[in-house]
Design a protein around this ligand. Structure first.
Ligand code: F6R
Length: 251
């Protein structure tokens, strides 16, 4: 595992975009695993700028998203379908047929989770999986619990996550309490994992990656078994890290 610490969230965005650009240049038809939330937004903007400038081509890329709220359709402005279109897909030359997000308004959410898992298994492993991290250490919507779920599944959001995500909704009552999420097995299948953490509220979760045992109480700790995990943080998120574990060159 590598910890890369940058001075600002803008620098984090550029460092993460550099890594993703390298992956796409190496394999223009790769599969990218994508996340929503505030952490990757700067990186999406940076990648979109490079695409507009003609430096990066997404036309052959396939994407799979980590998760979606249950009960929100693709047009809802807080659905992850909508988020991805607004923040990324509508700014790059991607073929929308090659983008995949679990369907939050499927009639049967359990069936939808199974369909999504099958889809993931039918594709090449992700060349890179991008992740944010919850303040409680969740990854995707793999919330703290008694075990790790390996496959795509339906999950209840914890109070902590609902409270944290209320910032994106008009009121906390509007935050769905169920979601479909990739499991940790699907996430770990990626060839490379890049986790972005920004701000002081992520300090404890990032520190857990450095020194906690692997425990489902902090789901992100299972990422430690991955042979190619890069954590890119700003100074605030890295506040509790041991300085000797930090590197600055993201290659
Ligand atoms: C979103 C996701 C979540 C977020 C996490 C951090 O697809 O999978 O795990 O990455 O909740 O969210 P932000 O970046 O908004 O702090």
């Amino acid at each position: 595992m590598k910890f890369i610490v940058k001075e600002s969230k803008e620098e984090v965005a550029v460092a993460a975009a550099d890594l993703v650009e390298k992956v796409i240049r190496r394999d223009p038809a790769c599969v990218l695993g994508l996340a929503t939330g505030s952490s990757p937004v700067g990186m999406y903007q940076e990648l979109a700028r490079r695409c507009k400038d003609g430096d990066l081509d997404f036309s052959a890329v396939t994407t799979v998203n980590l998760d979606e709220y249950i009960g929100l359709n693709a047009e809802h402005d807080q659905s992850y379908h909508y988020f991805m279109k607004e923040n990324f897909f509508s700014h790059i030359n991607i073929d929308m047929e090659k983008t995949h997000v679990p369907e939050g308004d499927a009639e049967d959410a359990e069936e939808e989770a199974q369909r999504y898992e099958k889809l993931l298994k039918s594709l090449e492993p992700c060349a890179v999986q991008l992740l944010g991290i919850g303040i409680n250490g969740h990854i995707g919507f793999n919330e703290p619990g008694d075990d790790f779920k390996l496959e795509t599944h339906v999950t209840s959001l914890t109070k902590e996550t609902i409270t944290s995500n209320a910032r994106f909704f008009d009121s906390i009552e509007e935050v769905p309490n169920l979601a479909i999420t990739m499991g940790m097995g699907s996430i770990l299948r990626a060839r490379r994992i890049i986790l972005i953490a920004l701000g002081e509220s992520k300090q404890a979760a990032v520190k857990a990656l450095e020194d906690a045992l692997i425990t489902p109480k902090v789901p992100a700790t299972i990422l430690k078994v991955h042979p190619d995990l890069t954590v890119i943080c700003d100074r605030e998120a890295a506040g509790l890290l041991d300085r000797k574990n930090i590197i600055s060159d993201p290659s």
